[in-house]
Ligand binder design. Structure first.
Ligand SMILES: [Zn+2]
Ligand SMILES: [Zn+2]
Length: 189
């Protein structure tokens, strides 16, 4: 009784591949990005195109999936807060293992000895967790609109990329006091 929904675009069917070790299948397909895909400052917009270019390989222990997914990323620059958007390719690599079988050769769901590896459910496996991991690894934690983004002025918040010559006259308090005296002197005359 599989809990994976075969109608989900990221749940793939390994049936065509067969379980003969060495058989291989190349798949190229586009799905709509699932919700909440990304990190704090940058995300893959929900519903945007995710273009998979992957290879399924039947290996001893299961199905090895390798390839790439091309995603659109949107967010804001961590220094100047301007919106940014770019496409990036993330690496997909996952081994989906077969469940163990009982003495009659029937698969025991959830019986995988290695808990870290995702498992096939019947002929199906779910690429969504793999995609999420790959995207989180690939997205920058400190996204920048350009490598040398100048950020914002810490005093007034102006975007320093737009105004490279922007400076504030920093007046030392002691000089300010002298300047006051000077004005008083001149007004006394
Ligand atoms: Zn910036
Ligand atoms: Zn300023």
């Amino acid at each position: 009784m599989p809990s994976l929904d075969p109608r989900s675009p990221l749940v793939l069917d390994s049936r065509e591949l067969g379980r003969r070790a060495g058989s291989m299948k190349v798949m190229q397909f586009t799905v709509a990005a699932p919700a909440d895909l990304g990190v704090a400052l940058v995300v893959v917009p929900t519903g945007s195109d995710v273009e998979f270019d992957i290879r399924l390989e039947s290996v001893m222990d299961g199905v090895l999936v390798t390839g790439t997914a091309l995603v659109t990323v949107a967010g804001e620059c961590s220094r100047c807060l301007e919106p940014l958007a770019f496409d990036t390719e993330v690496d997909i690599q996952e081994l989906f293992t077969y469940p163990e079988t009982d003495s009659r050769g029937r698969e025991i769901p959830g019986s995988n000895s290695d808990d870290d590896l995702p498992q096939l459910e019947g002929d199906y496996f779910d690429l969504e967790p793999t995609l999420r991991d790959a995207v989180v690894l690939a997205l920058p934690l400190v996204p920048l609109c350009q490598p040398d983004c100048q950020g914002l002025c810490s005093l007034c918040g102006v975007n320093l990329n737009d105004e490279p010559d922007h400076v504030h006259e920093v007046v030392d308090a002691r000089w300010a006091a002298l300047a006051d005296l000077a004005t008083k002197d001149s007004s006394d005359e």
